[in-house]
Design a protein around this ligand. Sequence first.
Ligand SMILES: [Zn+2]
Length: 242
Amino acid sequence: MESKHQTDNPNRRRAVSRAKKLLERLLDLLFPPKCPFCGRLMEHAGICAACRQELPWIEDTDSLREGADGLRCAGVLWYEGSAAEGLRRLKFQGASAAAEPMGALVAQCAARWFSGEFDTVTWVPVSRKRLRQRGYDQAELLARAACRHWETAPVRLLNKTQDNPAQSGLREAAARRANVLGVYEPAGEIAGKRVLLVDDICTTGATLSECARVLKDAGADSVVCAAVALTRQHGASEKVHK
Ligand SMILES: [Zn+2]
């Protein structure tokens, strides 16, 4: 589905649309769609019926979390079981096609909690070095997939300028905050924007908080966050929004 700004010529539009459908069918034959969580082959891209039933969906108001700094982050799934497996595949096993259905979940979640609160979508970027190794930026793919539902595209507003150790190796909230301090820099036009910041997982919120701080220091009006998965809270560093 193309945006209405692209062309006014109906013949060209129909031809482009036919070519896109043909390409999609060809890609489905070459790379049949798989459920992003269990890897089962599917007739159409999406989440399989079994996963829809069994995934650790976050119940109602638990899906909106507020950090100590007031930053709100909405999430769809608890980071456990097949949700965690799916996200690990997205990140480490090149399953970038999984970003499409997962991005759709992010779009639904953001529309539910933050409707009318953002005018720009961006993502928590990986560093250039990581991008070269992995070939894609999983949070950017999620943001792109979410934006397709709003017929828009995400905008790069952040660069990751340092390769810090992975947050997953650090348990203490203070260590996680220190680890991300100063590793992101603002990029592009940020002043006055009301930003939706997309990431794959929100653990303690340290990364999202640091990114939100950088965006606000660069003049963003407001920042809200959406992630595919949240980890369950054990510490008291963040309160769960009720
Ligand atoms: Zn599945």
